[in-house]
Design a binder for this molecule. Structure first.
Ligand code: ATP
Length: 271
């Protein structure tokens, strides 16, 4: 029984407007991915190469997947999302084959953004991995060969994501590989305000709901935490009454008592 998986090509439905905060990361991806995919001629004329690989790193739930999808959509590129557990197989040679199929499919439907989540467990530095060292080494070599084989401006860009950048094999971080590091941080107050605004988009809010106050009271909350808070506030309203017409500030305050930031200051200091 082979574990080989179909490589799924998507047209992502997330754009820059769906992302709150993360201005610096957004700008870096716009310039590094969107521009070269949309205007390869301009890069050729200037005689400069475009980056092939980007590494998004930062705490979980901060919007790394969202950023990769949005840049693909804004660049009018196809999007192929995968993660280590999809690529790694216990069958001899299958992980390498799966990786090669991934890149082949990406070239076929280019322009393409390949997104590889959990990159640290796919290509961990020697000794740090979950897999057997020999498998890990072959997987690293396959990825390196595939990335080296991507010609300049061939319209395939690889975006990796990790919560633990220090576990990644340094060979992958050399120029021509994942040579652009993009920190995706926990949002500040302004970022939180914008993320809350996005997630209450479809919610009937009572007049007393003050998103500025909520943004102030959610220090260290990630985008995923804020989305969860909004959902819980909606549930609170329904718990009060299934006929509820609006979600009030009291529902939010109540929900806030039940949630907390998933990222601790210690975790943040690791980056
Ligand atoms: P992980 O490291 O766990 O894979 P991630 O950084 O890739 O997490 P996402 O999957 O992009 O995080 O985010 C999870 C969900 O949280 C998103 O689908 C979105 O609803 C919400 N979210 C996270 N960050 C943001 C943001 N900056 N703006 C709006 N929503 C966000």
């Amino acid at each position: 029984p082979s574990a080989m998986r179909e490589v799924m090509v998507q047209a992502p439905n997330v754009g820059w407007d769906d992302i709150g905060g993360l201005d610096a990361a957004r700008e870096k991806l716009r310039e590094g991915v969107e521009l070269p995919l949309k205007h390869p001629d301009a890069f050729r004329r200037m005689g400069i190469r475009a980056a092939k690989g980007f590494l998004l790193y930062g705490p979980p739930g901060t919007g790394k997947t969202l950023l990769a999808k949005a840049v693909a959509r804004e660049a009018q590129a196809n999007f192929i999302a995968t993660k280590s557990s999809d690529l790694l197989s216990k069958w001899y040679g299958e992980s390498e084959q799966q990786i090669s199929r991934l890149f082949a499919r990406a070239r076929q439907v280019a322009p393409t953004v390949i997104f590889i989540d959990e990159l640290d467990s796919l290509v961990p530095a020697r000794g740090g991995g979950l897999g057997e060292p020999a498998v890990t080494e072959r997987v690293v070599n396959t990825i390196l060969a595939e990335m080296d084989g991507l010609e300049e401006l061939q319209s395939v860009v690889v975006i990796g994501a990790t919560n633990r950048p220090n576990l990644i094999d340094p060979a992958l971080l050399r120029p021509g590989r994942f040579d652009e590091l993009v920190y995706v941080s926990v949002p500040d107050e302004g970022g939180r305000r914008r993320i809350l605004g996005i997630h209450v988009g479809k919610m009937p809010l009572a007049d007393d709901v003050d998103l500025d106050v909520l943004a102030r009271r959610t220090d260290r909350f990630t985008g995923a935490d804020l989305e969860d808070l909004v959902r819980r506030a909606g549930l609170m309203a329904l718990r009060d009454s299934l006929d509820a017409q609006t979600v009030t500030m009291a529902h939010f305050t109540h929900a806030l008592e039940e949630t907390r930031a998933s990222v601790t200051p210690e975790m943040e200091r690791e980056y």
